[in-house]
Design a protein around this ligand. Structure first.
Ligand code: 4NP
Length: 171
């Protein structure tokens, strides 16, 4: 079989949103029996939580929906930009940071995960400072829709140029 496709999910701390996105995307491809075609990970923009498991509300949300998750937080490295095919940010601040950090000419496409939501809810907002877990549930629901939406997009349009359409966020 051809080389695996590689996807990296990014958020600010890698303890709330990107672990959920990673876990949900992994479960989505596993359930479609295409898990062996993908290499999937998540990472942080910042280094504050490196080595920590996700926030308990993220773990609870995944458990509730049958999404297995055992990874711990790490910070994105410059090598990631040439290793991964797709790097997904959760909000506009993530996209600005990713565009700043990307070494010139690196391979990864920097994509806003929410651009693949068929309901058009483009921003996966940071629920870290919320007083309850509802933002985590919303992140889960968005991740389910965006994972399916992205896979459908890939199926329809494997041409690299297809992704330029999704770059509403880099102006
Ligand atoms: P995340 O949420 O980016 O979805 O993991 C955050 C977690 C921690 C912090 C910010 C956002 N923090 O500043 O520590």
């Amino acid at each position: 079989m051809s080389e695996k496709k590689k996807a990296l999910f990014i958020c600010l701390g890698n303890i709330c949103r990107s672990p959920i996105a990673e876990g949900v995307f992994q479960k989505t491809v596993n359930d479609l029996n295409i898990g062996d075609q993908w290499e999937i990970d998540s990472a942080a923009i910042g280094g504050w939580h490196v080595g920590n498991p996700p926030d308990w509300r993220a773990l609870d949300t995944m458990k509730k929906h049958g999404v297995p998750y055992t990874n711990t937080a790490r910070q994105i490295t410059s090598a990631d930009f040439n290793h991964y095919d797709f790097i997904f940010g959760m909000d506009e601040a993530n996209m600005r940071d990713l565009n700043k950090k990307a070494p010139k000419g690196s391979k990864a496409k920097l994509l806003l995960f929410g651009d693949f939501d068929p309901q058009g809810d483009r921003i996966i907002r940071d629920p870290y400072y919320d007083s309850d877990a509802s933002g985590f549930e919303k992140c889960y629901q968005q991740s389910v829709r965006c994972s399916k939406g992205f896979l459908e997009h890939l199926e329809k349009d494997t041409d690299v140029h297809g992704f330029e359409k999704c770059h509403h966020h880099d102006q």
